[in-house]
Ligand binder design. Structure first.
Ligand SMILES: [Fe+2]
Ligand SMILES: [Fe+2]
Length: 192
């Protein structure tokens, strides 16, 4: 194999590998957002602040099911890639991102999901553009990214529709922090 062909192959594999690692870390975090929210539901129930039945439960369970399916796609249907070395960090970050807003109220929780999914949608969009520009675009990866992206868009719109009040300034600041944090997490996960 000529040297330039090997270099092209190495760069290609590295590019796809880091995109898969970043999104796998993101989908892991997404699963834990909903686990964090479910744990908050239990806490609220224990202190009896949420009444007998929380209206967020079907939303949380449905979204958790989809995020677990996304994670399974990355773990079983994608080309082999190196997972992030710091998955526990993404798990903890996801858990906090679901737990705290759900404790703060249902509107805050839906708004957080809206901001997270807004970020995830544009991240998948950028990834698809980047890997479509490769010499040989991996159609299997692109198609699966697109399928996940369509679900995230649905999650984003659903969360926005369920909001009953406009977000407060504090919620907007929290949303901006979550978005910035997600962007930093993607950059880190691509490397480690
Ligand atoms: Fe997802
Ligand atoms: Fe989602």
């Amino acid at each position: 194999m000529p040297f330039y062909a090997k270099t092209l192959g190495d760069n290609y594999a590295k590019q796809v590998d880091k995109e898969l690692r970043a999104s796998h870390a993101g989908e892991t975090g997404a699963v834990w957002i909903y686990r964090g929210a479910l744990f908050a539901e239990c806490v609220l129930k224990l202190v009896n602040l949420s009444g007998t039945k929380s209206e967020a439960q079907p939303f949380i369970h449905e979204h958790l099911k989809t995020e677990r399916r996304h994670l399974a796609v990355f773990e079983n249907e994608m080309p082999l890639f190196r997972g992030s070395f710091i998955l526990p960090v993404w798990i903890a970050s996801g858990f906090i991102t679901g737990f705290i807003p759900r404790l703060c109220g249902i509107n805050c929780f839906y708004y957080t999901i809206y901001r997270v999914e807004q970020f995830v949608d544009s991240h998948y969009e950028e990834q698809c553009k980047r890997i479509s520009a490769l010499a040989i675009p991996p159609s299997n990866v692109i198609n699966r990214f697109r399928q996940c992206q369509a679900d995230e868009q649905h999650h984003r719109d659903e969360a926005l529709l369920l909001m009953t009040k406009r977000p407060s300034l504090l919620m907007k600041l929290w949303g901006a922090a979550v978005e910035k944090g997600s962007s930093i997490a993607v950059a880190i996960a691509k490397v480690i």
